[in-house]
Write a protein that binds this ligand. Structure first.
Ligand SMILES: [Zn+2]
Length: 423
């Protein structure tokens, strides 16, 4: 514990020297010098490239060092006089090793853009305060939050110009596929991010956990979900997309709700192995996902011949109607796996008795499962069976060695009945 901050302090001093070197390279490579710039004389396009070549760091790192270095460096004026750094208090604290790079960058990023849009005396107070609290023990993350509060408070133009600029830059881009995943870049407007976070929190936050297990129940002991928070957020998002696609309000395509086209070799489908393809996605789709699609969304079989001709077309089958879905949702109240918090409206309806083995598409054979538990139902160790129209769940052996079948939804239904009686 003593070594950690001591070494950090040492690193700050070295960081300051690195930035000073980067800023110097930049200073000696002004655009106006053309072929005479330092970077050009060394055969580099930009000072960033020169720094990257000299040090082996990425150009992104070189550019970050250069920019922060320039903000904190003592500058020379045209007549050779030394000018104050643009961020005098930050520069001083950094030089003294009292302020780390992350905190300094947060201050520079927040206050840099509003220099001309705020009163100089207020701006100076903000920098003083931010440096002060960072030196007094604020973490860089806390400093960043604080810096953004100052930014809004100081900006004479208000947040409108930045909001307008953000409005232009908003985007949701599919970047392509890598290692079996499709990567996206989302630059969301802050209020959209707020709504998305609310929607995800409704599922992921422990506060919304339904309490329907007694404390003595082994399943009630702690959170046994082994997914990372990133994985949980992904799964919440998956449920959100499903719910939106089912919504009656969603724009229909050719008169039907949005339909995903999956192409798979019939022999693979029967054998339950291999992979299929979804229109518009380059990555193969594993058979587990295709089975899940067919179970939850129903399917319409279309068989193509060798030359691509239509051999036969079945009518749509095994799709729970919206009336059936509603009834199942009321009965189950949400994902039937104990401890899972995904509400019924976001769940898929799963055939307990597989449709391909003769299971009917009937409310007595459908239960609500969230995207994740539906996807992992064959591998996660949870078992589901129906008794007198009520789903019963058995936990995996490692979790409940006794292997007790528990009715699910019943406690919720009872609670619901009580609420109805009260009203
Ligand atoms: Zn679930």
């Amino acid at each position: 514990m003593q070594a950690t901050p001591a070494v950090e302090g040492l690193g700050r001093k070295v960081d300051a020297l690195r930035r000073a070197c980067a800023a110097e390279v930049d200073e000696r490579s002004p655009k106006g010098l053309g072929a005479e710039r330092l970077s050009a004389r060394k055969g580099c396009r930009t000072p960033t490239e020169l720094i990257a070549r000299l040090t082996g760091v990425s150009e992104a790192t070189a550019s970050r060092r250069m920019n922060l270095g320039a903000a904190l460096a003592i500058r020379g004026s045209l007549n050779g006089e030394a000018l104050q750094p643009r961020f005098p208090r930050t520069a001083k604290a950094v030089a003294a090793g009292e302020l780390g790079e992350d905190a300094a960058r947060a201050i520079v990023a927040a206050l840099g853009g509003i220099r001309d849009r705020s009163r100089p005396e207020d701006w100076a107070v903000a920098e003083e305060e931010l440096v002060g609290s960072a030196v007094d023990g604020f973490t860089a993350d806390q400093t960043k939050v604080q810096a953004n509060v100052w930014k809004v408070a100081l900006d004479l133009d208000g947040v409108e110009p930045e909001a307008e600029d953000a409005m232009r830059r908003r985007c949701l881009v599919r970047l392509g596929t890598r290692d079996g995943l499709v990567r996206y870049r989302m630059d969301l407007m802050p209020e959209i991010s707020g709504k998305l976070e609310q929607a995800i929190a409704a599922v992921v936050s422990p506060k919304s956990a339904p309490v329907f297990l007694s404390d003595a129940d082994p399943l009630a002991q702690g959170d046994r979900d082994e997914r990372t928070s990133g994985q949980k957020r992904h799964d919440a998002f998956a449920s959100l997309v499903d719910a939106a696609a089912r919504s009656a309000d969603v724009a229909s395509m050719g008169g039907a709700a949005p339909t995903v086209l999956v192409t798979v070799d019939e022999r693979d489908l029967v054998a339950g192995r291999g992979a299929g393809w979804i229109d518009g996605v380059d990555e193969p789709i594993p058979m587990a996902a295709i089975t899940q699609f067919a179970c939850a969304g129903g399917m319409q079989k279309l068989i193509l011949g060798r030359e691509g001709e239509i051999v036969s077309l079945w009518s749509p089958e095994r799709c729970f109607t919206s009336q059936q879905r509603r009834a199942i949702a009321v009965r189950d109240g949400g994902c039937v796996i104990p401890g899972c918090r995904v509400p019924a409206g976001w769940c898929e309806v799963h055939h307990v008795w597989e449709h391909s083995r003769g299971g009917p598409t009937h409310t007595d054979n459908g239960v609500t499962l969230c995207w994740y538990h539906h996807r992992s139902i064959d591998t996660g160790g949870w078992s589901i069976r129906m008794r007198n129209g009520v789903p019963h769940v058995r936990a995996p052996g490692w979790l409940d060695p006794g292997g007790t079948w528990r009715p699910v939804g019943s406690a919720r239904a009872r609670k619901r009945r009580r609420e109805v009686e009260r009203t």
